[in-house]
Design a protein around this ligand. Structure first.
Ligand code: GDP
Ligand code: GDP
Length: 438
């Protein structure tokens, strides 16, 4: 599981700027997905070979008169509780403030690793302005500039020192015998525990108890129709004896970690509620993570035909950026639609891992271009020559050619749909990269 870093500090010190810098690479990948809503408080970060989750506690503006300051303090406490390391951001240009002292007092009581980032320090490395921040009793202030990207790398390296993500032990199994790691995500009350308990009660499914699993993480290996799966730590659930029950508190961090850990993410939507902002945020994280995904609308039994049609349309619209994901209708309670759900899960994982042979890719590319040429740009027309697979899970197709910078997004999507159709890729993102041949 990825380590978690929380950014705390009073407003305007540069937390969001730092957050954007740490998570920006991901944003660039998904920039062209219209309708993608994201929760600006949580994100996947990557820097200096580390992958981590960042929580920004900003945006909870303190207003001492209305008790919103209390709210910010609560959000900060929760973020610190969920984090492995905390970066306390202060503003060297503004100097120390009473609020910095309040936050420091709270942070001194935590056993978490806390780093003090003296932000907006561009052009003043080791300047005397830094000295006063020693007063906070948090340790050495580290001069950084979030806006200019200075000092950020070593800040992150210090924050993550020794916090290597737990890697799944290599079980020595050949790829085809490894269990499919499945995360079941969704808001509280959507039916996660009902679904899992229904699964585990199915005759065709054999669950293995993990001896000595005492931590609250849930990892249930099981076999169904000769295939192996592992239900991985599923946010918001707890195991009580043989059954699962939900925990009241929804944790975005746990959801992000579960998504990061999974081969396939099952996103449950409540038919009686429709797509909430939180659902759309989770969907955004799944897309960011490049995971295979299946969407299941649960409680399909509880709505009528008219509501079904309206709901189907609204889901297609709001989750348009996940349109490669199969959408299934199920009733966890009445055990309906579960067979097709398993097929969709298997198919999505198979698609994410599919090998795409170069000769086939190149032939498909040529056929696609013959059928519809890319638009001319000025006097030159982009020329696409050949394609190869640049990666799996999710599949990446690298296309080589000339003047590729003139290929439009629309044309890229056209190519994507041709590749998807031929290889029957469902439930996985497909990335296409254009490279100029020399
Ligand atoms: P937050 O409220 O803590 O999230 O702060 P923001 O990230 O919104 O930044 C507040 C202001 O500080 C914005 O105007 C930023 O452009 C500016 N800022 C952020 N980082 C830096 C920095 O490294 N140097 C300078 N000079 N300004 C910065
Ligand atoms: P969780 O918080 O996501 O684990 O949700 P639960 O599994 O605890 O379910 C929340 C509520 O939804 C419970 O009252 C369930 O009985 C109900 N529920 C779950 N699945 C279905 C379903 O398929 N149809 C209907 N009508 N109710 C369901």
């Amino acid at each position: 599981m990825k380590p978690v870093i929380a950014l705390v500090g009073r407003p305007n010190v540069g937390k969001s700027t730092l957050f954007n810098r740490l998570t920006g690479r991901r944003d660039a990948i998904v920039a062209d997905y219209a309708g993608l809503t994201r929760d600006r408080h949580y994100g996947d970060g990557a820097l200096a070979g580390h992958e981590f989750i960042v929580i920004d506690t900003g945006g909870f503006e303190p207003d001492c008169t209305s008790g919103i300051f209390q709210e910010m303090a609560k959000q900060t406490r929760q973020a610190v509780a969920e984090a492995d390391a905390v970066i306390f951001v202060v503003d060297v240009r503004a100097g120390l403030s009473a609020q910095d002292h309040d936050i420091a007092r709270f942070l001194r009581t935590t056993s978490k690793r806390v780093l003090l980032a003296a932000n907006k320090a561009e052009g003043m490395k080791d300047g005397p302005q830094l000295a006063e921040f020693h007063e906070l009793g948090i340790g050495e202030p580290l001069a950084v500039s979030s806006a200019h990207g200075q000092g950020i790398r070593s800040l992150i390296e210090l924050a993550l020192e020794g916090l290597v993500p737990e890697v799944e032990e290599d079980d020595g199994l050949p790829e085809e015998e490894r269990p499919t790691r499945l995360a079941v995500c969704g808001r509280p009350n959507v039916g996660k525990s009902t679904l899992i308990n229904t699964w585990l009660g199915e005759e065709r499914l054999v669950a293995f108890d993990l001896p000595g699993t005492t931590r609250d993480a849930i990892e249930v290996p099981f076999e169904r129709n000769g295939r192996k799966y592992k239900l991985i730590d599923t946010a918001g659930l707890r195991r009580k004896g043989k059954v699962f029950e939900s925990i009241e508190k929804f944790s975005v961090v746990k959801t992000l970690q579960a998504i990061g850990d999974a081969n396939v993410v099952l996103l449950l939507i409540d038919a009686t509620e429709g797509v909430s902002d939180q659902d759309a945020h989770i969907a955004g994280y799944i897309l960011d993570a490049g995971r295979a995904v299946v969407i299941a609308i649960n409680k399909w039994d509880a709505i009528d035909e008219y509501q079904r049609q309206t709901l189907q349309r609204s889901i297609e619209q709001r989750l348009a950026f996940l349109k490669f994901a199969p959408i299934l209708h199920i009733s966890a309670k009445r055990r309906q639609g579960l067979g097709p759900l398993w097929s969709a899960i298997d198919e999505s994982w198979a698609s994410a891992k599919r090998k795409l042979p170069t000769p086939v890719l190149t032939r498909l590319l040529q056929e696609a271009v013959d059928f519809q040429q890319p638009k001319r740009a000025g006097i030159s027309r982009p020329k696409l020559r050949y394609a190869h697979q640049g990666g799996q899970n999710p599949p990446l197709i690298v296309i080589h050619g000339n003047a590729v910078e003139h290929i439009t997004d629309v044309y890229k999507r056209y190519l994507e749909s041709r590749f998807r159709e031929h290889f029957k890729l469902v439930g996985t993102p497909l990335r296409i990269e254009l490279r100029a041949s020399r």
